[in-house]
Design a protein around this ligand. Structure first.
Ligand code: TYD
Length: 137
């Protein structure tokens, strides 16, 4: 499976009408995991690089519900860049994928849905260590 297949773009349904748009994301339905945690990143800007880690256990879906950002995704072999700029579109990131988020617009609100509760010990924050672990698999 190539990296685009591992990390598909997901288009959410729009239940909007003349009153405005409505996007619903149900765990295990629109996305392939039950949601245990939600966090969002805002007030970053074009000079900032976030992420720079891989997760041994967590799966994520990233959605720019306002503004835009980019996520650079790598599995240690391939690298792709996904631009997130629509509240109805997200990218799925499975376990053991390295990611950097950057190029945040001033109005960027990056919503992250996660399959786990936070556990700092499941983060790999060294790219060297990541390559060692991912290639050992
Ligand atoms: P960090 O992982 O560096 O954020 P990002 O991936 O967006 O660059 O997290 C910043 C701080 O917040 C760090 O001290 C860990 C803490 N944190 C939590 O306590 N819970 C969470 O769910 C997340 C994502 C971070």
């Amino acid at each position: 499976m190539n990296l685009r297949e591992k990390c598909p773009i997901i288009h959410f349904g729009d239940l909007g009408d003349e009153r405005g748009k409505l996007v619903v994301i149900e765990g295990g339905q629109a996305i392939p995991f039950e949601i245990k945690r939600v966090f969002y990143i805002y007030d970053s800007d074009a000079t900032v690089v976030r992420g720079q880690h891989a997760n041994r256990q967590s799966e994520f879906v990233l959605i720019n519900v306002a503004g835009s950002s980019k996520v650079r995704i790598s599995d240690g072999e391939e690298e792709i860049v996904v631009e997130l700029n629509r509240p109805m579109t997200g990218v799925y990131i499975p376990r053991m994928i390295w990611k950097d988020m950057y190029d945040f617009s001033e109005d960027s609100i990056l919503l992250v849905l996660a399959s786990t509760h936070y556990d700092g010990a499941e983060y790999i924050r060294s790219y060297e260590e990541y390559l060692k672990e991912v290639k050992g698999k």
